[in-house]
Design a protein around this ligand. Sequence first.
Ligand code: FES
Length: 242
Amino acid sequence: MDRRTFFQLVASTGAYVAISPFVIKKELRADNGNLFKTYERVQLVDKDGKPLMSSKLKKEENYVFNYPHKGTPCFLIDLGEPTNKDIKLKSEDGEEYLWKSGVGKNRSIVAYSAICSHQLAHPTPEDSFIKYVPRSGKTMAYKSGGIIVCSSHMSAFDPKSGAKKLSGPAEQALASIVLEIAEDDTIWATAVLGPDKFHEYFKAYKPEFKKFYGGKRKAKKLVKSKAQTITLSEYSKEIIQY
Ligand code: FES
């Protein structure tokens, strides 16, 4: 029985289901495969293939890795302070889900899809209009830093609260990447929680997939065993932020 089957069976009983670090209830529509989807458990490694350690992450750095598909970029951020807990979020279709908290010793490590939930802006090897702006930073999208900003149309998301939308035209949070920190401090991605926009994304960027991944089919392939994790400045030549 795979993890998704197990999840669906348990969820169908209506019981409260605990999946570290996220918790979802049947009535929060997690059993339809849309708002919680498990994928291969993949280890985050650095550009030399060495395991990334949760305690060694630079605080408030934008790290990027591709997961669960080879062409879907995600942010990994150690926010440097604990996240909020048990955040109820709603998709633009009105489906609710619960984001439990960040992971790591201080509950400060989070990962989110870097595909904007508004009109799918995302980091490419050429540029990125979306990034985490540190607490000391400034943005036109919101009154303070410590947030993820998409400068395409100025949406701001709160990484301390499940990437909930704070301001701008986006109508829902960024999808969360479910992380596990192993006992040896290594970091693993295991699932996607929340509305992920992957379907629309794969329909929208065919020429880009051809340019950077050798085609849409290759970009859609699932990541297996390891995901290279680098900083956003290494991932994208140009970072645009207002
Ligand atoms: S695409 Fe991100 S705000 Fe519009």
